[in-house]
Design a protein around this ligand. Structure first.
Ligand code: FAD
Ligand code: SF4
Length: 507
């Protein structure tokens, strides 16, 4: 029986059991699909990066004697989407059997179930990338729908034995988060980010000729992102050598002088499956055990939690709750996303920097996504559909399973508290404490009222006031409500009026 095996653009796992031997009955197919470039307006670096990585992967398979059909975006043999392309190729080759790896995206998962029905036989196999399964997620949370990452993380530590001493966590604590909240010294911008010599102008030119609409910019002579497994591994080594010893300390720090600081920038290689979460975690664990005076437990644990905890957890939440999750809107927010989210042209220094670097590098680190752009969007009551589209398009690592759970769930609290115990919102004080943005801003972070006051301040209290019915019973919100209620009536009126006039002029 002739078999057609589909490899999606984010399934570039060369260690998958499929590729360990050559099977003469199998033809692999990879498709640069227009339906994938167009479901949202993506950053140019993201589209180039995914296609470059796919092309390299296809060449590698072909050099290793696997039979492969690769459809470039401008190939006339395309169907309407990945599914119809698969059906066309299967018909031409006379394939009766279809095999595919479990897609991470709900949309593609549903589509391929549909496509499978047109074959005599079909099979969906594991992508052999993640460390947890849907059953693990169900076992931890049973019937609960307010998931807590920490419960899942401890389960994963026990399951994998990572940073464990028998039944106890290494160092005696599960979590060293409290030690990981330092501000960067003024002149510290982290190491110079690793880049790769790669000319992607052929793909860029093809995208222009095909009329693909993108956002952001791309340099012509180098590429910031790994597009091969070797480059992904170089990025991992760079992280272990240059960033890991400070990762936890400065995990929440922000500065206008640097754009990736001590973060790993491994999300793109991980999400394409060029590298595996297991090898990343093992490398970090090995660095800690080799020399804990260089890589302390709080740095190692802080990093491992992101991958073994957050990344696996978000995938569990996604599969357990799609498609309903994609339309959640707890606060019923409906304001349009301001135009300057697409240009970075705003006087608010923190937003200007976070958005401008996102347009330039297709990247912002976690705390910029959560406490600058996400915080603002929630305080301003932006429609979560528009917030999702922005995050899904602009970041190199944005794939719906990990984007929507972070955006709609963690950042916008649109799920009403499935993921976060309270909304991640703050006034300017928090941003000033964790960054060096405020000193060069046209707004005054110390003021709450008046035209020069930091907009985050009035918006924060406005948010607290406006959502009292939904938040007051949350015990983690008790303090802000006590503080708000203690303010004198005139101050409250002035703050609300500053928020109202700011929002009225928000375009
Ligand atoms: P590091 O800070 O070095 O962290 C290491 C790794 O941990 C990351 O590479 C990532 O794989 C994982 N990780 C860290 N935090 C999370 C998290 N909250 N959820 C899942 N994995 C995590 N991550 C994506 O991969 N794709 C997205 O589309 C995405 N959208 C986000 C949207 C919002 C609003 C927020 C607040 C976060 C989002 N994240 C997303 C999570 C996180 O911000 C990125 O994974 C991280 O910034 C990627 O940069 P890094 O590789 O340098 O991460
Ligand atoms: Fe951002 Fe307010 Fe600070 Fe300006 S003053 S950088 S708007 S937090």
């Amino acid at each position: 029986m002739k078999v057609l095996r589909l490899i999606l653009g984010d399934q570039l796992n060369i260690h998958h059991s499929w590729f360990q031997s050559v099977n003469e009955h199998v033809t692999y197919v990879m498709v640069e699909a227009r339906s994938e470039t167009d479901y949202v307006r993506h950053h140019i670096q993201k589209v180039i990066g995914v296609f470059a990585a796919m092309r390299h992967f296809a060449n590698h398979l072909s050099q290793n004697k696997h039979s492969i059909i690769y459809l470039k975006l401008n190939d006339p043999a395309h169907g309407r989407d990945v599914g119809t392309s698969v059906l066309k190729i299967a018909e031409t080759l006379g394939c009766d059997r279809f095999e595919y790896q479990q897609p991470d995206e709900y949309r593609l998962s549903e589509r391929l179930i549909e496509v499978s029905k047109s074959f005599k036989s079909a099979q969906c196999v594991e992508s052999e990338h993640f460390l947890s399964s849907a059953e693990d997620f169900k076992a931890v949370f049973k019937q609960r729908s307010n998931y807590r990452m920490e419960d899942f993380y401890r389960f994963m530590r026990r399951k994998t034995g990572v940073l464990m001493n028998g039944a106890s966590p290494e160092g005696g604590q599960w979590n060293y988060d409290a030690e990981n909240r330092k501000k960067l010294p003024v002149n510290n911008a982290g190491p110079m980010p690793l880049m790769f010599d790669r000319d992607c102008s052929d793909i860029h030119q093809m995208l222009i000729e095909c009329g693909v609409q993108t956002i952001g910019s791309v340099a012509s002579n180098h590429f910031l992102w790994p597009t091969t497994r070797d480059e992904g591994l170089r990025m991992l080594s760079f992280f272990i050598d240059e960033c890991l010893p400070y990762f936890g300390d400065f995990q929440d720090a922000m500065t206008p002088n640097g754009w990736s600081l001590y973060h790993s920038r491994l999300s793109f290689s991980l999400n394409l499956k060029l590298i595996s979460p297991r090898e990343v975690i093992e490398a970090v664990e090995a660095a800690y055990y080799a020399d804990s005076s260089r890589v302390s437990i709080s740095q190692a644990e802080g990093f491992i939690r992101q991958i073994l905890g957050w990344r696996e957890f978000m995938r569990g939440v996604y599969f357990e709750n799609m498609p309903a999750f994609a339309s959640k809107n707890f606060f019923e927010n409906s304001r349009p996303l301001p135009e300057w989210f697409w240009t970075g042209k705003t006087d608010m220094a923190c937003l200007k920097h976070a958005i401008s670097q996102s347009l330039e590098f297709a990247y912002a680190h976690h705390i910029q996504r959560l406490m600058i752009t996400g915080n603002f969007a929630l305080l301003a009551g932006i429609d979560p559909d528009q917030v999702d589209d922005w995050y899904l398009g602009i970041y190199i690592d944005a794939f719906e399973w990990v984007e929507i759970t972070n955006t709609r769930g963690m950042s916008q609290f649109a799920d009403g508290g499935m993921i976060a115990t309270k909304p991640y919102v703050s006034g300017g004080n928090y941003i000033n404490k964790m960054s060096h943005y405020c000193k060069d801003c046209r707004f005054d972070v110390a003021q709450r009222t008046g035209p020069n006051s930091c907009p985050f301040n009035a918006l924060y209290w406005n948010f607290i006031d406006q959502h009292r019915d939904k938040l007051q019973s949350n015990h983690r919100m008790a303090m802000p409500y006590r503080t708000w209620d203690k303010m004198d009536a005139d101050t409250r009126v002035s703050i609300l009026s500053r928020a109202e006039s700011f929002l009225a002029n928000l375009k």
